[in-house]
Write a protein that binds this ligand. Structure first.
Ligand SMILES: C=CC1=C(C)c2cc3[nH]c(cc4nc(cc5[nH]c(cc1n2)c(C)c5CCC(=O)O)C(CCC(=O)O)=C4C)c(C)c3C=C
Ligand SMILES: [Fe+2]
Ligand SMILES: [Fe+2]
Length: 337
C-alpha cells in the first residue's frame, strides 16, 4: 500500500471499537448503559416478549445502583478505565501506523454508550474518508460481542444513502504479535515479583454454554489463546489453567468458573497465584473490580497467601505494535488516493 501524501486529510481510516462503558458511576448512567447492552438481542437471546418485562420490570430497577457502586471503586479522574484505555490505544495506533508509512485516520467507537459507532462513521464520512477498517478490540470472536459490533455498523449503513468501503476484522486470537505481547507482560510481571507463582490462572469473560452448542467459536478460541501463551511461556500442564468469569443470569455458562476455581485452589493448598485476563485488551470493571477485588478477596478468604494480578495489555508498546500489524495486514492492497 502506498503512503498517503502528507499534508492531505487521509481518506482511509481505522475505527477501533470496544464494548463501551457508562458515562458516570451513577445509577441513572448505568440504567441507560445496561438498557442498551442487555436490550441487544445478540447478548440476551430470549424472545423480546419474555425478556422485556424482566429487563425493564426487574433488572433495570435493581442492577443499576449495585453496578454503579462497583464502577465507583474503579473510576479514575479521567473517567472509566475502559474508555481511557480505548482512547489511548487509538491515539497510539495512529502514531504507530504513521511511523509505518500509513498516516491513516484512527478513531475509536463504542458498541454501547459514547462515542457511538454510527456517529463516528458519520464523522469520518463527512471528513471525506472513503475507506474504513473496523477493528474490534476483541481478540476472540463471539456473536455476543464481535457480531453485535458488526450489526451496529450494518445498522448505520442501512440508515445511510452512501457509505465508505468497509472491512471488518473478525478476530486475532492466535496472532503472533498478540501472543508475544501477552507473553512479554507475564515475563515482566515475573521479573517484578521474583519468579512465577505456583499457578497461572487465565480468566476469560464467559458466555452462555448454549451459544457454544449453537456454533459460537469463542470457547475454542479462548482455549487456543491460553494454550499458545502457556507454550510461549514454557509452562507445564500443572502450572496454568483457563477459567471463565462474569456469569450473568441462572443459565449454565462456560466452565470452569473463575472465582470457585480460585477458592478451590486455595483450599487445596495453593498459596500463590498469578491471575491475568488475556481476552480483555484493556483493564475495565471486569478485571479491576471482579478479578482484582472480588476474586482476590475470595482467594485470600479461602486461605490463599498471595494473589498477583497481571494488568491487561492497555498501552503496552508490544500490544500497539501487534494492533498496527493486524491493521496493516487488513489495509494491504487498499487503493489510497
Ligand atoms: C471480552 C468479551 C466479553 C464478552 C464475550 C461478554 C459477554 C457478555 N457480557 C454480558 C453482561 C455484562 N458484561 C458487562 C461488562 C463487561 N463485559 C465485557 C466484555 C465481554 N462481555 C467488558 C469489557 C465489560 C466491562 C465494561 C466496563 O465498563 O468496564 C456488564 C456490565 C457491568 C455489570 O453490570 O455487571 C454486563 C451486564 C453478557 C450477558 C454477555 C454474553 C451473553
Ligand atoms: Fe460482559
Ligand atoms: Fe462482572
Amino acid at each position: 500500500m502506498s503512503a498517503i501524501p502528507r499534508g492531505q486529510s487521509p481518506t482511509t481510516a481505522v475505527l477501533l471499537c470496544n464494548l463501551g462503558t457508562p458515562d458516570a458511576p451513577t445509577a441513572p448512567a448505568l440504567r441507560r448503559y445496561l438498557a442498551q447492552f442487555l436490550g441487544d438481542p445478540r447478548v440476551v437471546e430470549i424472545p423480546r416478549l419474555v425478556w422485556w418485562p424482566i429487563l425493564h420490570g426487574i433488572i433495570l430497577r435493581t442492577r443499576p445502583a449495585k453496578s454503579a457502586a462497583k464502577y465507583a471503586t474503579i473510576w479514575t479522574p479521567e473517567g472509566s478505565p475502559l474508555a481511557v484505555w480505548t482512547a489511548k490505544q487509538a491515539l497510539m495506533l495512529r502514531g504507530w501506523l504513521g511511523e509505518a508509512g500509513l498516516p491513516v485516520r484512527v478513531q475509536h467507537a463504542m458498541r454501547y454508550g459514547q462515542p457511538a459507532i454510527g456517529a463516528q462513521l458519520k464523522v469520518l464520512q463527512e471528513a471525506g474518508v472513503q475507506r474504513v477498517l473496523v477493528l474490534p478490540l476483541y481478540p476472540q470472536y463471539s456473536s455476543t460481542t464481535t457480531a453485535s459490533l458488526f450489526d451496529d455498523v450494518a445498522a448505520w449503513v442501512r440508515r445511510s444513502r452512501t457509505y465508505p468501503e468497509l472491512r471488518f476484522v473478525n478476530g486475532y486470537h492466535a496472532h503472533p504479535g498478540y501472543i508475544a505481547a501477552l507473553e512479554k507482560s507475564v515475563r515482566a510481571h515475573w521479573q517484578r515479583e521474583g519468579g512465577p507463582a505456583e499457578r497461572l490462572v487465565m480468566s476469560f469473560h464467559g458466555i452462555p454454554e448454549r451459544n457454544v452448542r449453537l456454533g459460537d467459536p469463542y470457547a475454542d478460541q479462548c482455549r487456543a489463546t491460553a494454550r499458545l501463551l502457556a507454550q510461549a511461556l514454557g509452562l507445564s500442564e500443572q502450572q496454568w489453567q483457563i477459567t471463565f468469569q462474569s456469569r450473568f443470569g441462572k443459565a449454565r455458562w462456560l466452565e470452569p468458573y473463575t472465582e470457585p476455581t480460585l477458592v478451590a485452589l486455595a483450599q487445596a493448598g495453593t498459596r500463590r497465584v498469578d491471575v491475568m485476563c488475556p481476552g480483555f485488551t484493556g483493564d475495565c470493571l471486569e478485571t479491576l473490580e471482579e478479578i482484582n477485588q472480588e476474586a482476590r478477596h475470595a482467594f485470600m478468604e479461602a486461605g490463599g497467601k498471595e494473589f498477583r494480578y497481571i494488568p491487561c495489555l492497555n498501552d503496552d508498546a508490544a500490544w500497539i505494535t501487534a494492533l498496527s500489524q493486524i491493521a496493516q495486514q487488513q489495509l494491504e492492497g487498499w487503493p489510497v488516493d
